[in-house]
Every structure is written in structure tokens, then in C-alpha cells.
Design a protein. Structure first.
Length: 327
């Protein structure tokens, strides 16, 4: 769903008409590549998962059937991309080679602490964005493009580190020397640093992108909302990471802009592609919760006022609440 948002956002920022063939091809290719990646990773993780006692779906499937599914999924993905961009299809080959090197026993980059997390972020986060840049002829050297790539790359490394941190016990059982295990004392610092780099990269990207396209009021609201988010990250960074607030913020901000653009361009049918649970979660977290906090604060003030009003009248509600009658 985030990949769909990226497609629509690139079209919006660069005033490109949405082509149903290109959009369908990109989404279908992305899904098929994801299926291939999932099967490749699970197939080569069978022995490791058995040691850790983890469920592996490829255990119940014939290796030949798994191999055929991988080949068919990736071949279809390649053909879908190749028909819209030859250069993008070459990048897709790089992506598949990266995820294969990440999992295959001969190379198995996932067991290399630093190379593993970089490779994972590259094939899962960075290359899909680069592929869109190639398809839509977007310059990577442009500051906002670089900021967007950095945002995704940092998020990718952050997410794989969080996964490794939560999966440490299984990795130890399996004999995997992950980054989270080798650099156990530094994992939180690195994760927090990546969160803030991603956060700052995102606001740079949004500011540059919306500077001329959106009006000053909208940009001001975006910067104000980001300031609140940044303060929350500063004081409750782990909670912010656990709730994935940065992605919720991104989805909410960009979806509103894209929706307005689609309505103005009379492309209402594409509004359905913006449906994302993070939008609801964002508004629940940053609008509904503050209102509840304000309500609780008002209730607290009212209770204090009530307490001191009765105390001035000679009755201590702590010692003798209203429901207790005088003896």
C-alpha cells in the first residue's frame, strides 16, 4: 500500500497523468517480486527455522513447486516492468540478485551484520523507489529525490534492526550472527539515530516538494504537525518507533495532497488507492488522543476546584467524601 502511495505521489509532484497500464504493471510487479522474495527467503531458511522452532511455510511444499513459483513470479514481474521500461527491468534484476544473495547459503549476506542490514534495506526499500524514479524519469541528483531515498533507506535499516532485535533468541538458537547480536549494546543508539535521520530527511523532502505546489497555509500546518511529531520523537522515541509515527505522518500528509490533486484532475476512481489504515491511526493518535488528554486535564482541574471549594467550607473530601454522611 505504501508503494501505491509512492506511485501516486511521484505523479502528483511531477504533474504526470496517471496511466492505468503503467500503474497496474508496477503494482502487479511489486506484488509478484514480493512473493518471490518471500519464497526465496523461507526456502533457504528452512534449516535455520527448524533449529529455532519457527514455522516455515515452504516445509509443506515440494522444492520443485517452490522453485517453479519463484521463477514464474519473478518472470512475470520482469515482463511487466520490461514492457514499460527496459532500464527499470534491469534494476529489477539487481533487486532479485540482492535478495537472492541475502538468503542463499553460499553468500547469505543476512549472516553478515553490516552488509546484511544494508542489503535488506536496499532490496526492500531503496530499489523499489529507484525503480519508480527510472520509470517516471526522475533525477536522483535532485535534492528532494535524494532526501526521499535517504528517508526510505534509513527506514529500511531501522526496520530490519527492529526485526533482528525482536528475533535475537531465535537467531542465537540458529547460529545467526546478526547486527543486533554482535552490536547488542549499540542497537538502540543506531535505531534511534536512523529514526531521526529518516525524520529529518522526510521533512526536507516534504518542504521542498510542497514549497511551490501547495499553499503557504498547508505547508505551515505540515511543518507544525511535524514539530509536534519531532518533539514526541525526542522525548518518547521508543514509543514513536513502536507506533511507526513517522510513516503515519507521511501517509496522512501526502494522502491529503494527492486526494486534492485527484479531485481537481477529475480522477476520482484513483482515490480508492489512497485507502490506508495509517491515515485513520494518524488522526486517532494526533487528533483524538490530544482531545481526550484535554478532557482529562479539565476533569482534573474541576476535581481540584471542587476539593478546595469544599475545604474552604470546612469539609475535607479526602477524609470525608460526599458519600459519607456525618455521624
Amino acid at each position: 500500500m505504501l508503494f501505491i502511495n509512492y506511485i501516486l505521489l511521484i505523479c502528483y509532484l511531477n504533474d504526470i497523468s496517471i496511466d492505468p497500464v503503467i500503474t497496474t504493471s508496477l503494482i502487479s510487479s511489486y506484488i509478484l517480486t514480493g512473493v518471490s522474495a518471500f519464497l526465496v527467503n523461507d526456502y533457504y531458511d528452512k534449516e535455520v527455522d527448524q533449529k529455532a522452532g519457527k514455522l516455515n511455510l515452504t516445509d509443506a511444499i515440494s522444492p520443485y513447486l517452490v522453485g517453479c513459483a519463484i521463477l514464474i513470479s519473478f518472470a512475470l514481474s520482469f515482463l511487466l516492468i520490461n514492457r514499460i521500461s527496459h532500464n527499470a527491468s534491469l534494476l529489477l534484476l539487481v533487486q532479485f540478485a540482492a535478495l537472492f544473495a541475502y538468503s542463499h547459503p553460499i553468500i547469505r549476506l543476512k549472516t553478515k551484520p553490516i552488509l546484511g542490514i544494508i542489503t535488506d534495506s536496499a532490496y526492500a526499500y531503496l530499489i523499489p523507489v529507484l525503480l519508480l524514479f527510472v520509470v517516471f524519469d526522475i533525477k536522483v541528483s535532485d535534492p528532494k529525490s535524494f532526501a526521499f531515498l535517504l528517508f526510505n533507506f534509513c527506514l529500511g535499516i531501522r526496520d530490519i534492526l527492529l526485526h533482528q532485535k525482536n528475533d535475537q533468541s531465535n537467531d542465537i538458537k540458529s547460529g545467526i550472527n546478526s547486527f543486533a547480536i554482535q552490536y547488542k549494546t549499540k542497537i538502540n543508539f543506531v535505531t534511534y539515530a536512523l529514526e531521526f535521520i529518516a525524520s529529518l530527511s522526510l521533512i526536507v523532502f516534504l518542504t521542498i516538494s510542497f514549497w511551490k505546489i501547495q499553499n503557504d497555509i498547508y505547508l505551515g500546518v505540515v511543518l507544525g504537525a511535524y514539530f509536534i511529531l519531532f518533539l514526541f520523537q525526542l522525548f518518547r522515541v521508543q514509543q514513536s518507533i513502536d507506533n511507526n509515527d513517522i510513516i503515519r505522518f507521511y501517509v496522512a500528509v501526502t494522502s491529503l495532497s494527492i486526494a486534492n490533486w485527484l479531485i481537481e484532475e477529475n480522477q476520482h476512481a484513483y482515490l480508492v488507492l489512497l485507502v490506508h489504515p495509517y491515515i485513520i491511526q494518524f488522526f486517532t493518535r494526533f487528533l483524538v488522543r490530544p482531545l481526550l488528554e484535554i478532557k482529562n486535564f479539565i476533569a482534573l482541574i474541576a476535581n481540584y476546584l471542587l476539593y478546595y471549594a469544599f475545604k474552604l467550607g470546612g469539609r475535607d473530601l479526602k477524609k470525608r467524601p460526599l458519600y459519607k454522611k456525618r455521624k
